[in-house]
Design a protein. Structure first.
Length: 94
C-alpha cells in the first residue's frame, strides 16, 4: 500500500498569476470587472463586404428609418447616408 507524505511540498495555483490592469479604450467607460467579458482583438467590420470572412456588407439593404436598433438606418448604413423611398400600396380587402 502507498503512503501519503503530508509533509511533502505541494503547489497551490495562484489565482492572480496573469493579473494585469485592463483599461477601457474610451476613458469615459468604466474599467471591466472580474466577471466582465473582454475582447482583446477588434471584431471585423460588417459595413464592407468581406467574402473571406463571409460578411456580405450592408450596401443595398433595406433599413428602418425610425428604429434605433440594429435594423435602423443610422447603424446599418455605417454613416454613409441613405436614400428613402415612399411607397403607396393598394390592396384589396376581403
Amino acid at each position: 500500500p502507498s503512503q501519503r507524505n503530508d509533509a511533502a511540498p505541494h503547489r497551490v495555483p495562484r489565482r492572480d498569476r496573469y493579473r494585469f490592469q485592463l483599461r477601457p479604450h474610451n476613458p469615459d467607460h468604466k474599467t471591466p470587472g472580474v466577471k466582465d467579458l473582454v475582447y482583446l482583438e477588434s471584431s471585423p467590420g460588417f459595413c464592407e463586404k468581406n467574402p473571406r470572412l463571409g460578411i456580405p456588407g450592408t450596401h443595398g439593404r433595406a433599413c428602418n428609418d425610425t428604429s434605433i436598433g440594429v435594423d435602423g438606418c443610422d447603424l446599418m448604413c455605417c454613416g454613409r447616408g441613405y436614400r428613402t423611398e415612399t411607397m403607396f400600396v393598394v390592396e384589396r380587402c376581403n
